[in-house]
Design a protein around this ligand. Structure first.
Ligand code: 13P
Length: 280
């Protein structure tokens, strides 16, 4: 069933676990993620990058996500990931998103607060919750990322914007880490405390060691984003098929393996974050 961001984050908050949020790119990655969620009886977030919200991809992909969510027996939220401005937010809402991330983390704090607050108010009119970001989560290729989220700034941001959940920088980054990250778990606790318990979001979920993921969830992370691992699982399944001399070239049959490898990866993440069985 299609649910909004507030509902699915509320489930995680109540049960002290974390919702896996998978970035999807095509019908096969959607199929793999939803198949895993059904098998594990887990609530999931299916999210798209703003670059996909165009007439070439989004026009087809977004209706696929909505159809899959509506058919699913488990709660599924369709979320915009890293929306930079109202333009992308409007497009995502037009295509039925039930969760929005407004990422104003590149702006100074006051500007980030102003733009996020405006989007929270707009989305409230149609019952859609908003994820904000404070402390810019960059790429594993960035030179330095030492401006970790400040708990006092986070408290001000949460109070003034009214976001549903908050993405933070605590040693995480997008992409596969060159060496294992070291998450600042004490900072997670401090941000939770300073904000009165805002549900936190961990971006860059591909490649964080399992014990650190678990510690972050114990400290208050309620949504973990997984993008690179979706791509790698899809590519691995494609390669396996290509390497099989008996493969069929019929695209629907060719795609069975990539769907299966995405499903397998998604099942592992669902279990890691403790979301399995939570939709029963
Ligand atoms: P990874 O690609 O590192 O898993 O990060 C995904 C993400 O955080 C999307 O916002």
């Amino acid at each position: 069933m299609l649910v909004n961001l507030q509902k699915i984050i509320g489930m995680a908050e109540e049960g002290n676990y974390c919702i896996p949020a998978f970035n999807v790119y095509n019908i096969e990655t959607v199929m793999g993620v939803i198949a895993a969620a059904e098998e594990a009886k887990a609530p999931v977030i299916v999210q798209v990058y703003p670059r996909l919200l165009n007439e070439e991809v989004g026009y087809y992909l977004c209706p696929v996500v909505i159809a899959a969510a509506q058919k699913a027996s488990v709660p599924v939220c369709f979320h915009l990931d890293h929306g930079p401005s109202e333009w992308e937010v409007t497009r995502a809402l037009r295509w039925g998103a039930t969760g929005i991330m407004l990422d104003g983390s590149v702006h100074p704090l006051d500007e980030n607060i102003a733009v996020t607050k405006h989007i929270v108010e707009t989305c409230k009119a149609i019952g859609v919750g908003v994820e904000g970001e404070i402390g810019h989560v960059g790429s594993v290729n960035d030179d330095a990322m030492d401006e970790f989220t400040d708990p006092a700034e986070a408290a001000k941001f949460v109070k003034e914007t009214g976001v549903t959940c908050l993405a933070v920088l605590i040693g995480n980054a997008h992409g596969h880490y060159k060496k294992p990250p070291k998450l600042d778990i004490e900072r997670v606790k401090a941000i939770r405390e300073a904000t009165g318990g805002i549900p936190l979001v961990l971006h860059g979920g591909s490649g964080i060691p399992d014990d650190q993921v678990k510690a972050a969830i114990a400290a208050g992370v309620r949504k973990m984003n997984i993008g690179t691992d979706v791509c790698c699982a899809f590519a691995d399944g494609t390669k396996e098929t290509l390497d099989d001399p008996a493969r069929s070239i019929a695209v629907d049959i060719f795609m069975k393996k990539p769907i299966e490898t995405v499903k397998k990866m998604a099942l592992e993440k669902i279990r890691l974050v403790g979301a399995d069985g939570k939709a029963e």
